[in-house]
Structure formats: C-alpha cells, structure tokens
Design a protein around this ligand. Structure first.
Ligand code: FES
Length: 61
C-alpha cells in the first residue's frame, strides 16, 4: 500500500501528493498523472475533479 499526503488549502483545493487515482463523489476514478494534484473543493471548477483556480475569483457570501 502506498502513502499519500493531503494538504487542505484554505478557500482552495486539496493538494494530494503521491496518489495514483482519485475517486470522485459519483464513484468515477480519475488517474492522477502528476506527483501532486489539486482536487477542487469549492465545486466551481469547469474540469472536475481538478481545481482550475476558479476558487480565486469566487465571491464569498
Ligand atoms: S478549489 Fe479551485 S476551482 Fe474549486
């Protein structure tokens, strides 16, 4: 079993280091093609499950 590290960025994505695959909320598996991948937590990305930096322009309530 490999180990991965998750870092939560305030008001941003989860940075995941060392994962081979990410499974989204619908159960779909996505290949992690880089050593560190950013998974969207804000729900605004146009390319889920990956963060596309849309969170930076999102207006907070
Ligand atoms: S966390 Fe970056 S677009 Fe959602």
């Amino acid at each position: 079993m490999s180990e991965c590290q998750v870092t939560l960025i305030p008001d941003g994505p989860a940075l995941i280091r060392g994962a081979d695959r990410i499974r989204d909320a619908d159960g779909v598996t996505h290949e992690a093609t880089r050593p560190v991948v950013a998974v969207c937590l804000c729900g605004l990305t146009q390319r889920p499950p990956w963060c596309d930096a849309t969170h930076k322009v999102a207006v907070k309530p």
